[in-house]
Design a protein around this ligand. Structure first.
Ligand code: FAD
Length: 442
């Protein structure tokens, strides 16, 4: 049996060999990335470091409510293992194939984020391979600065190989309540009140149109009078319009958006119809299938002027109303997924001056999935990025970016990043954060 130590040593060996090539490298994992495919991206040709074996849950400590797992464990595998002990992670991103290492390096938000932040906020230890092939253990006490900079560094400071994180006691079912509002003000009031009252386990929202706002609330329960499933023929996001309450098993609750990849199936002709789901559902539905297919057909994107807008933007809570007023007139794409997200502390990768202009640590994640973007005059991806920065928000780097270096380093802390980078990656094996995500030519 290959132990974690064996796998770690083999990756260290790979890193040491790759340094001699004197060019940046790319991470390869066992599952597809949650990055919107870019047909012009030349990074797929870079030499790869293979992390595909890092897929094991190593230990669940029931007494101390912690889990230790390798970085390539997916959230669906993780939840399956922790639930055997009646436990769950603090934050479970809604797509089954997101890995714990990818969630920490990039971003993660879901309906528990209103009180626990992102998955990284529940982490207490990282094992990291640096760009010199050294292995570091990072905790709040040991390599403290790096521990705090790993989140949001998108793999540019080192390779995460093992993570230790906290777990929560769980119940087997979730009772959902859908509270309908016909105007923004009452929706926003309700959402804020629920976050402050902290009287539900799960809080998020879907804005189906400028006249249809739904606060989605969930509580873990021991018993369920009936159970709904949204894994094939039924569509979760549409059910919130028709139902006032619902019951699901807790694992199906966590991945309720997975079948449609939120509502990206809308971009595949007929995929929301029953005959297409019956015939092609097993092959095409589910985020893992959809992402696989979009990677396979990514060259077709070159036929379009631009790909659809798929991105999460974190808007400071006090600017959310202003954002929405702009969004409904100038952007106008629904449904819009709304996730309140309270960072326990301001992250050091955000520039201090930029962070100071925010009003505290409460953000509203506005997740845009599939806005058509072929208008010859307006690039909606760029428009959304500009508005987000104007409102002191954070745009995640999961799809197209438009920043010039000056704007980018106004948002991200150059000082803190360069300090960490010089410690962990002096040969620039993992690329500089700006260069990795610099605008590509489309
Ligand atoms: C269509 C779509 C829907 C999404 N929906 C959700 C959602 O519902 N909830 C949510 O929380 N998030 C969502 N996301 C965002 C997603 O969680 C982030 O993009 C996350 O970073 C993806 O993790 P991954 O495991 O797929 O990693 P990847 O996409 O493979 O990698 C993300 C970044 O981390 C780096 N990285 C990956 N593994 C490692 C490692 N072991 N060590 C160092 N660096 C590493 C990669 O180089 C890359 O820069 C969505 C994204 C997309 C595109």
């Amino acid at each position: 049996m290959t132990t974690h130590q064996d796998k770690l040593s083999s990756i260290v060996e790979q890193v040491k060999k790759l340094i001699s090539l004197k060019q940046p490298i790319k991470i390869s994992k066992a599952v597809d990335s949650h990055f919107v495919p870019n047909p012009y991206d030349t990074r797929s040709k870079l030499p790869k470091v293979d992390l595909s074996q890092m897929t094991e849950v190593l230990q669940i400590d029931q007494a101390n409510l912690t889990c230790t797992a390798e970085s390539g464990v997916t959230f669906s595998d993780l939840v399956r293992e922790t639930l055997k002990h009646g436990l769950i992670p603090y934050t479970v991103p809604e797509l089954k194939g997101i890995t714990i290492g990818g969630a920490v390096s990039g971003c993660s938000i879901e309906s528990m984020s209103y009180k626990y932040g992102g998955f990284h906020d529940s982490c207490i230890e990282y094992e990291v391979i640096t760009g010199t092939g050294d292995v570091l253990t990072c905790t709040p006490e040991n390599n403290h600065d790096l521990f705090n900079m790993i989140h949001g560094s998108y793999g540019t400071l080192g390779l995460l190989t093992k993570l230790k994180f906290k777990l929560l006691p769980a119940k087997p079912f979730v009772k959902m309540e859908y509270r309908k509002h016909s105007d923004f003000s009452s929706f926003w009031r309700d959402l804020k009140e629920r976050c402050t009252a902290d009287d539900y386990d799960f809080v998020d929202g879907i804005i189906h149109s400028p006249k249809e706002f739904i606060v989605c609330l969930g509580k873990m329960v021991e018993k369920a009078p009936y159970l709904s499933s949204y894994e094939w023929m039924k569509i979760f996001y549409k059910s919130t319009q028709k139902k006032a309450e619902d019951f699901m098993t807790i694992d199906q609750y966590f991945f309720r958006y997975d079948t449609e990849c939120h509502w990206l199936t809308k971009t595949v002709p007929l995929m929301e119809t029953k005959p297409a789901r019956l015939l092609l559902g097993k092959t095409l539905l589910g985020s893992t299938n959809l992402i696989k297919w979009s990677n396979r057909v990514k060259q077709i994107m070159k036929l379009k002027r631009r790909p659809e807008v798929v991105v999460d933007v974190f808007i400071p809570s006090n600017k959310f109303e202003e954002f929405f007023r702009w969004y409904e007139t100038d952007f106008d794409f629904f449904p819009l997924w709304i996730v309140p997200y309270k960072a326990p502390k301001m992250y050091p990768w955000i520039d201090e001056k930029y962070a100071n202009a925010m009003d505290g640590e409460m953000f509203i994640d506005c997740a845009v999935y599939g806005k058509p973007n072929s208008d010859p005059k307006i690039d909606y991806s760029e428009l959304l990025e500009k508005k987000t920065i104007e409102l002191n928000g954070i745009k995640t780097l999961i799809s197209r970016n438009h920043f010039d270096p000056e704007t980018f380093w106004r948002v991200y802390s150059r000082n803190n990043y360069e300090k960490a980078k010089s410690q962990t990656d002096p040969h620039n094996l993992f690329m500089n954060l700006y260069d990795k995500f610099a605008p590509k030519n489309y």
